[in-house]
Design a protein around this ligand. Sequence first.
Ligand code: DX5
Ligand code: ZN
Length: 226
Amino acid sequence: MTNFAIAPSILAADFARLGEEVDNILASGADIVHFDVMDNHYVPNLTIGPLVCEALRNHGVTAPIDVHLMVKPVDRIIPDFAKAGASYITFHPEASEHVDRTLGLIREQGCKSGLVFNPSTSLSHLDYVLDKVDMILLMSVNPGFGGQSFIPATLDKLRQVRKIIDDSGLDIRLEVDGGVKVDNIGEIAAAGADTFVSGSGLFAFGNDNDPNQYDTIVGQMRDALK
Ligand code: DX5
Ligand code: ZN
């Protein structure tokens, strides 16, 4: 039985009430806090950094925090996120001059490491470094913004990565990010994903960040994963 994890992307939360939003979505049964870091350089948007990660830890969040770095360069900011309480740190291979070194740095800092693949990024980046990766994240949209539609070609790519992971015998999570909703999460799981990022599909369900609806929507996702 796969150990499925639901990872709400706080990009779609109400930032003015971030601690409360994260508490509410975790209380509704979500597993991992997905934390999108954008630098207006690697991607055309600007979001949040280590201070906000630390603030969530100080607020009392104990769930894993999954830091998705959409920044270039990558290495300088990794120790800061490790100190701020990150559990996973994932990055895009195109944003690092030395992918093997960056993966090593993340683990040296005591975090779990991950590589992120844009829709057009080749899986060949996994060659030679698979043993240094704890998570593989497939983007099912182009990174930079929440609220985009799931790109169907991701399903084939998921099947390929699932085979690579299973053949390796390594303990690697397979995460998908972008356009994941109640109506497609079952199909995405069937293609091999075990960790599901959802921003607008969770927080903006009903379009009003209504915490009373979080139980409903997380429950619907769990049902779709059965
Ligand atoms: C996009 C981010 C995603 C985004 C997902 O660059 O990496 O995590 O917040 O948002 P939805 O679920 O709305 O597509
Ligand atoms: Zn993300």
